[in-house]
Design a protein around this ligand. Structure first.
Ligand code: ZN
Length: 201
């Protein structure tokens, strides 16, 4: 259903305001609605990333999270996405549903052993960082300032975090600052914040 306009319910007691095609009845009270505003055209801010990012998904449990992260990968121009361990592959139906087509435009590969992937990339000269809230992890917004022009970022399992073998190999651990009671974000949200900090800041 397209929603090119915003409408408002004609019942003064209801007054629900929502996006919907013109002529849609109010979903709360059934009254007619009136068009109040047309949607502005979407104008993405186009800019090349400051840094080239490869992303390593280390045993991400939720296919939905993987799809969300592929969408982020496409938005930041990720050079490659490595689906490791139990991480669902790019064309898994639940991944594709959340990725909204991004899975078609990303260079991706599937691997059983995440430690082997990190070791291989390092052997090829690529810096590998882990996104994990461990001791001596650096604030991502500070670390981004002196990040190399090309690097790989590892994000880990929703419960277990990044594989300790990967943490041992990575040359830098980075984390997102926290000010509330929760000490972590959903992995998809964390990856988005970190990838944007590294790619564009
Ligand atoms: Zn209504």
């Amino acid at each position: 259903m397209t929603a090119d306009v915003h409408v408002v319910c004609s019942s003064g007691d209801c007054a629900l305001r929502f996006p919907a095609p013109a002529g849609t009845a109010c979903p709360l009270c059934g009254s007619a609605t009136a068009v109040v505003a047309a949607r502005l055209p979407n104008v993405p801010l186009r800019r090349s990333p400051r840094r080239q990012l490869a992303l390593i998904f280390d045993n991400v449990r939720s296919a939905h999270n993987v799809g969300v992260m592929l969408r982020t990968a496409e938005c930041v121009g990720a050079t490659h996405v490595y689906h490791c361990g139990i991480t669902a592959p790019p064309h898994h139906p639940k991944v594709a549903k959340a990725a909204l087509g991004s899975e078609q435009r990303i260079v991706a590969s599937v691997h059983r052993d995440v430690v082997a992937v990190v070791a291989q990339l390092q052997a090829e000269g690529l810096a590998c960082w882990a996104l994990e809230s461990v001791a001596a992890a650096d604030d991502i917004f500070v670390a981004a300032a002196d990040a190399p022009a090309s690097l790989a970022l590892v994000v880990g399992n929703e419960v277990a975090g990044v594989d300790p073998g990967v943490l041992a190999l990575c040359t830098r651990r980075v984390t997102l600052p926290m000010t509330g009671d929760k000490n972590s974000l959903n992995v998809g949200h964390a990856l988005a914040a970190a990838a944007y900090a590294l790619a564009f800041s």
